[in-house]
Design a protein around this ligand. Sequence first.
Ligand code: FAD
Length: 374
Amino acid sequence: MDLTWSPEEEAFRRAAREWLAAHVPSPPLPSGDTRAGFAAHLAWERELFAARWSVVSWPEEYGGRGASLWEWLIFEEEYHRAGAPARVTQNGVFLLAPTLFRFGTAEQRARLLPRIAAAEDLWAQGWSEPEAGSDLAALRSRAVRADGGWRLTGHKTWTTRGAFCTHLFGLFRTGPQDARHRALTYFLVPLDAPGVTVRGFQRLDGDEGFAEVFLDDVFVPDADVLGEVGQGWTVAMATTGSERGLTLRSPGRFLHTAERLLELAREVGSGAHRDRVAQAWIDAQAYQWFTLEQVTAIAGGHEVGAEASLAKLFWSELDVRLHETAAELLGPEAELAGPWSKGFLFSLAGPIYAGTNEIQRNIVAERLLGLPRR
Ligand SMILES: Cc1cc2nc3c(=O)[nH]c(=O)nc-3n(C[C@H](O)[C@H](O)[C@H](O)COP(=O)(O)OP(=O)(O)OC[C@H]3O[C@@H](n4cnc5c(N)ncnc54)[C@H](O)[C@@H]3O)c2cc1C
């Protein structure tokens, strides 16, 4: 892999860095997992869009810059280095959009992508149900054929920022329960449709970032089925691959945390934690190299597939290590509210969301290593 940046890539980095230096809000915005914080983040998202930095790798016709995967990584690195706000549009930009590019009709792409880029439609992810988390194929929410579309009934849970979003993408059963993943269809649902009830609830850290979504005979037209009827599992796996792997977990976020950890160690470290700080920093660099290798492979036509599970294990455990090390450095002070304690609580969720790490280890064992199923 050749890691020399071209003059164009260097110019792209400079332009991103300069714009971010002039525009990143200071002091940082309140948490995007509260209603007020979400509104502040939305204003930021629209500023990003107006300057055409919201979806850099998309074609210009949809609001992007047509940037390469490498340039996208450069942008992400600069974005996190600048301490820019977490993206509250991430479900639309990083999960649904790549799936729309791959499985959407031309009409769906033209209708939906510009609104995602402009932060007009805000998407929640509707996979999990009370009895279907790791075993997603057990989901019970169903869709029944109606004139010109479908009628959806069911109950989704753990939808991140669902109470603040305008739309939900999710899987619904369009065939018999015992057909499991072979009878699912991927639907796009406006959350203001008649029959939808959204109920927010708190996370571990007290932010109201989660919601349950109840659907009672909600009509969705055929135009809002993504991919083929009955093929929802295949379409959803593309979304899940994006969530576990590259598009949602660029290394910039962890490199930035590693740099902050170094600063903390210089400020408060006694020397007793030197090895752990150095190891956590090295691990963040290793994740970057791993990602660069993956990008090289993707640029050469390789499909990531089950390898996304390796990336997911890597970034989620790395995030916990970085924050645990910071907590050790801070000692009892780590218990006080602040960016490190908040980050620590959120890092604990990393091994759970995007598919638990136990499940990722099963995937690695069976699909990458070819070990027998238990
Ligand atoms: C911060 C956060 C944000 C989230 N956001 C969303 C969202 O926006 N939309 C959404 O749909 N969902 C979301 N989720 C839900 C998340 O995807 C689920 O929590 C996750 O898939 C696990 O499902 P579960 O909670 O039902 O646990 P369960 O599936 O009940 O698992 C419980 C435990 O058993 C283990 N286990 C289960 N089956 C096996 C097996 N076969 N082999 C080994 N171990 C197994 C699991 O790994 C886990 O440790 C979010 C979760 C969190 C924490």
